[in-house]
Design a protein around this ligand. Structure first.
Ligand SMILES: [Zn+2]
Length: 55
């Protein structure tokens, strides 16, 4: 997925109205570039779509 330059510079824009919990973690999408984001203890980060799910 093509990333927004703004996101690269300032970070993704969390859509807090659409945060979901999938039973394991919170996830949402960036309002700017639609990237899938997951909530980590240190903050939101982009989901690694290429990585396999945790066993
Ligand atoms: Zn973004």
């Amino acid at each position: 997925m093509l990333k927004s330059l703004l996101c690269a510079l300032r970070g993704h824009r969390i859509n807090r109205n659409r945060v979901r919990h999938n039973g394991l973690e919170f996830s949402t999408r960036c309002r700017c570039c639609k990237a899938q984001l997951v909530r980590m203890p240190e903050g939101w980060r982009e989901a690694d779509e290429a990585a396999p799910a945790h066993a």
